[in-house]
Design a protein around this ligand. Structure first.
Ligand SMILES: Cc1cc2nc3c(=O)[nH]c(=O)nc-3n(C[C@H](O)[C@H](O)[C@H](O)COP(=O)(O)O)c2cc1C
Length: 198
Protein backbone atom coordinates (compact mmCIF):
# COMPACT_ATOMS: atom_id res chain seq x y z
CA UNK A 1 0.00 0.00 0.00
CA UNK A 2 1.09 3.57 -0.76
CA UNK A 3 2.99 4.97 2.26
CA UNK A 4 0.74 8.02 2.56
CA UNK A 5 -2.38 5.87 2.52
CA UNK A 6 -0.86 3.60 5.16
CA UNK A 7 -0.09 6.63 7.35
CA UNK A 8 -3.68 7.85 7.07
CA UNK A 9 -5.10 4.49 8.18
CA UNK A 10 -2.55 4.29 10.96
CA UNK A 11 -3.56 7.73 12.24
CA UNK A 12 -7.26 6.81 12.08
CA UNK A 13 -6.78 3.68 14.21
CA UNK A 14 -4.53 5.66 16.54
CA UNK A 15 -7.25 8.26 17.12
CA UNK A 16 -9.85 5.57 17.82
CA UNK A 17 -7.57 3.63 20.16
CA UNK A 18 -6.69 6.81 22.04
CA UNK A 19 -10.36 7.81 22.34
CA UNK A 20 -11.28 4.61 24.20
CA UNK A 21 -9.51 5.67 27.38
CA UNK A 22 -10.14 9.42 27.03
CA UNK A 23 -13.74 10.35 27.82
CA UNK A 24 -13.36 13.98 26.77
CA UNK A 25 -12.07 13.10 23.31
CA UNK A 26 -14.83 13.51 20.67
CA UNK A 27 -14.20 10.05 19.24
CA UNK A 28 -15.01 8.49 22.61
CA UNK A 29 -18.55 8.58 21.23
CA UNK A 30 -19.39 7.07 17.88
CA UNK A 31 -22.55 7.26 15.84
CA UNK A 32 -23.65 3.70 15.20
CA UNK A 33 -26.12 3.03 12.38
CA UNK A 34 -28.12 -0.16 11.92
CA UNK A 35 -30.86 -1.34 9.64
CA UNK A 36 -34.30 -1.73 11.24
CA UNK A 37 -37.59 -3.04 9.87
CA UNK A 38 -38.67 0.55 9.28
CA UNK A 39 -35.39 1.75 7.73
CA UNK A 40 -32.10 3.10 9.05
CA UNK A 41 -31.54 3.88 12.76
CA UNK A 42 -28.58 5.71 14.30
CA UNK A 43 -27.54 6.51 17.86
CA UNK A 44 -24.49 7.51 19.88
CA UNK A 45 -22.66 4.83 21.82
CA UNK A 46 -19.46 4.83 23.87
CA UNK A 47 -16.48 3.31 22.11
CA UNK A 48 -15.18 0.69 24.57
CA UNK A 49 -12.39 -0.83 22.48
CA UNK A 50 -10.67 -0.22 19.14
CA UNK A 51 -8.17 -2.79 17.94
CA UNK A 52 -6.22 -2.02 14.79
CA UNK A 53 -4.42 -5.38 14.58
CA UNK A 54 -7.63 -7.38 14.47
CA UNK A 55 -9.68 -4.48 12.99
CA UNK A 56 -12.57 -4.41 15.42
CA UNK A 57 -14.54 -1.97 17.55
CA UNK A 58 -16.52 -2.82 20.69
CA UNK A 59 -19.45 -1.17 22.45
CA UNK A 60 -21.86 -2.30 25.16
CA UNK A 61 -25.62 -2.32 25.21
CA UNK A 62 -28.77 -3.67 26.85
CA UNK A 63 -30.13 -6.83 25.23
CA UNK A 64 -33.64 -5.36 25.60
CA UNK A 65 -32.82 -2.30 23.48
CA UNK A 66 -34.24 -2.11 19.95
CA UNK A 67 -30.75 -2.10 18.43
CA UNK A 68 -30.09 -5.57 19.86
CA UNK A 69 -32.99 -7.04 17.88
CA UNK A 70 -31.94 -5.05 14.81
CA UNK A 71 -28.42 -6.48 14.99
CA UNK A 72 -29.76 -10.00 15.36
CA UNK A 73 -31.80 -9.55 12.16
CA UNK A 74 -29.09 -7.75 10.21
CA UNK A 75 -25.53 -7.55 11.60
CA UNK A 76 -24.36 -4.95 9.07
CA UNK A 77 -23.42 -1.69 10.79
CA UNK A 78 -21.92 1.69 9.95
CA UNK A 79 -19.99 3.86 12.41
CA UNK A 80 -19.12 7.56 12.14
CA UNK A 81 -16.61 9.45 14.28
CA UNK A 82 -15.48 13.07 13.99
CA UNK A 83 -12.81 15.00 15.87
CA UNK A 84 -13.02 18.74 15.12
CA UNK A 85 -9.55 19.54 16.47
CA UNK A 86 -7.99 16.78 14.34
CA UNK A 87 -10.28 17.75 11.45
CA UNK A 88 -10.89 14.14 10.57
CA UNK A 89 -14.00 12.06 10.01
CA UNK A 90 -13.70 8.27 10.21
CA UNK A 91 -16.47 6.10 8.78
CA UNK A 92 -16.34 2.33 9.21
CA UNK A 93 -18.48 -0.50 7.91
CA UNK A 94 -18.58 -3.96 9.37
CA UNK A 95 -20.51 -6.85 10.81
CA UNK A 96 -21.61 -6.96 14.42
CA UNK A 97 -21.00 -9.98 16.62
CA UNK A 98 -23.17 -10.08 19.74
CA UNK A 99 -21.60 -11.46 22.94
CA UNK A 100 -24.04 -12.07 25.78
CA UNK A 101 -21.90 -14.80 27.38
CA UNK A 102 -18.37 -16.12 27.00
CA UNK A 103 -14.97 -14.57 27.55
CA UNK A 104 -15.53 -11.31 25.65
CA UNK A 105 -18.80 -10.48 27.44
CA UNK A 106 -17.48 -11.61 30.84
CA UNK A 107 -14.31 -9.55 30.58
CA UNK A 108 -16.27 -6.51 29.40
CA UNK A 109 -18.66 -6.87 32.35
CA UNK A 110 -15.85 -7.29 34.91
CA UNK A 111 -14.32 -4.05 33.59
CA UNK A 112 -17.62 -2.14 33.81
CA UNK A 113 -17.82 -0.02 36.96
CA UNK A 114 -20.98 -0.14 39.14
CA UNK A 115 -22.11 3.33 38.03
CA UNK A 116 -22.13 2.20 34.38
CA UNK A 117 -23.66 -1.17 35.32
CA UNK A 118 -26.62 0.73 36.75
CA UNK A 119 -27.95 1.25 33.19
CA UNK A 120 -28.47 -2.50 32.93
CA UNK A 121 -30.48 -2.57 36.18
CA UNK A 122 -33.45 -0.72 34.70
CA UNK A 123 -36.67 -2.57 35.39
CA UNK A 124 -38.36 -1.05 32.34
CA UNK A 125 -36.77 -2.10 29.05
CA UNK A 126 -35.06 0.65 27.02
CA UNK A 127 -37.43 2.11 24.45
CA UNK A 128 -40.62 0.93 26.24
CA UNK A 129 -43.43 3.46 26.47
CA UNK A 130 -44.26 4.69 29.98
CA UNK A 131 -47.34 6.54 31.27
CA UNK A 132 -45.07 8.71 33.40
CA UNK A 133 -41.63 10.27 33.07
CA UNK A 134 -39.13 7.57 34.03
CA UNK A 135 -35.46 6.62 34.30
CA UNK A 136 -36.51 3.00 34.19
CA UNK A 137 -34.40 2.41 37.32
CA UNK A 138 -35.69 1.24 40.70
CA UNK A 139 -36.37 4.48 42.65
CA UNK A 140 -33.67 3.87 45.28
CA UNK A 141 -31.00 3.61 42.61
CA UNK A 142 -31.78 6.99 41.05
CA UNK A 143 -29.83 8.81 43.73
CA UNK A 144 -26.91 6.48 44.24
CA UNK A 145 -24.46 4.11 42.64
CA UNK A 146 -25.27 0.41 43.15
CA UNK A 147 -22.84 -1.62 45.22
CA UNK A 148 -20.71 -4.07 43.25
CA UNK A 149 -22.86 -6.91 44.58
CA UNK A 150 -26.15 -5.21 43.67
CA UNK A 151 -24.83 -4.36 40.20
CA UNK A 152 -24.56 -8.07 39.36
CA UNK A 153 -28.32 -8.10 38.70
CA UNK A 154 -27.54 -6.09 35.56
CA UNK A 155 -25.39 -8.85 34.05
CA UNK A 156 -28.34 -10.64 32.40
CA UNK A 157 -29.23 -7.53 30.42
CA UNK A 158 -25.68 -6.69 29.37
CA UNK A 159 -23.95 -7.53 26.12
CA UNK A 160 -20.76 -6.58 24.33
CA UNK A 161 -21.01 -6.00 20.60
CA UNK A 162 -17.90 -6.40 18.48
CA UNK A 163 -17.83 -4.93 14.97
CA UNK A 164 -15.52 -6.78 12.60
CA UNK A 165 -14.48 -3.91 10.36
CA UNK A 166 -14.59 -4.48 6.59
CA UNK A 167 -14.21 -0.91 5.25
CA UNK A 168 -12.73 2.33 6.56
CA UNK A 169 -13.17 5.75 4.99
CA UNK A 170 -11.03 8.63 6.27
CA UNK A 171 -11.97 12.21 5.32
CA UNK A 172 -9.43 14.83 6.33
CA UNK A 173 -10.24 18.54 6.15
CA UNK A 174 -7.52 20.81 4.75
CA UNK A 175 -7.38 24.40 3.49
CA UNK A 176 -5.48 23.11 0.48
CA UNK A 177 -8.48 20.90 -0.34
CA UNK A 178 -9.89 18.02 1.64
CA UNK A 179 -8.51 14.50 1.25
CA UNK A 180 -10.25 11.17 1.33
CA UNK A 181 -8.88 7.65 1.56
CA UNK A 182 -10.76 4.35 1.47
CA UNK A 183 -9.64 0.94 2.73
CA UNK A 184 -11.01 -2.58 2.51
CA UNK A 185 -10.19 -5.04 5.28
CA UNK A 186 -10.55 -8.81 5.38
CA UNK A 187 -9.86 -10.74 8.58
CA UNK A 188 -7.95 -7.80 10.01
CA UNK A 189 -5.74 -7.33 6.92
CA UNK A 190 -5.95 -4.39 4.53
CA UNK A 191 -6.63 -5.95 1.13
CA UNK A 192 -7.13 -2.78 -0.91
CA UNK A 193 -6.69 0.96 -0.48
CA UNK A 194 -7.46 3.91 -2.72
CA UNK A 195 -7.62 7.69 -2.75
CA UNK A 196 -11.05 9.12 -3.43
CA UNK A 197 -12.18 12.56 -4.44
CA UNK A 198 -13.65 14.08 -1.26
C1 LIG B 1 -23.47 10.40 25.28
C2 LIG B 1 -24.29 9.14 25.10
C3 LIG B 1 -23.68 7.90 25.22
C4 LIG B 1 -24.41 6.73 25.06
N1 LIG B 1 -23.79 5.52 25.13
C5 LIG B 1 -24.50 4.38 24.93
C6 LIG B 1 -23.84 3.11 24.92
O1 LIG B 1 -22.62 2.98 25.08
N2 LIG B 1 -24.60 2.01 24.71
C7 LIG B 1 -25.96 2.10 24.49
O2 LIG B 1 -26.59 1.07 24.30
N3 LIG B 1 -26.59 3.28 24.48
C8 LIG B 1 -25.89 4.43 24.69
N4 LIG B 1 -26.53 5.65 24.65
C9 LIG B 1 -27.98 5.69 24.37
C10 LIG B 1 -28.20 5.48 22.86
O3 LIG B 1 -27.78 6.64 22.16
C11 LIG B 1 -29.65 5.16 22.53
O4 LIG B 1 -30.47 6.26 22.79
C12 LIG B 1 -30.16 3.95 23.30
O5 LIG B 1 -29.16 2.95 23.42
C13 LIG B 1 -31.36 3.33 22.60
O6 LIG B 1 -30.98 3.00 21.29
P1 LIG B 1 -31.88 2.02 20.38
O7 LIG B 1 -33.31 2.43 20.62
O8 LIG B 1 -31.43 2.30 19.00
O9 LIG B 1 -31.58 0.62 20.83
C14 LIG B 1 -25.80 6.82 24.79
C15 LIG B 1 -26.40 8.07 24.67
C16 LIG B 1 -25.67 9.21 24.83
C17 LIG B 1 -26.35 10.55 24.69
Amino acid sequence: MDEKLAAILDRAWGLLEHAVGHRKTPMHLGLLATESESGPQARLVVLREANRDAAFLRFHTDIRSPKFAELQCDPRVAWVFYDPSEKVQIRLLGRAEIHTSGAIADEAWVNTVPFSRRCYMATIAPGSASDVETSGLPAELESREPTLEESETGRGQFCAVVTRVTEVDVYTLAVTGHRRAHFWIENGEVVKAEWRAP
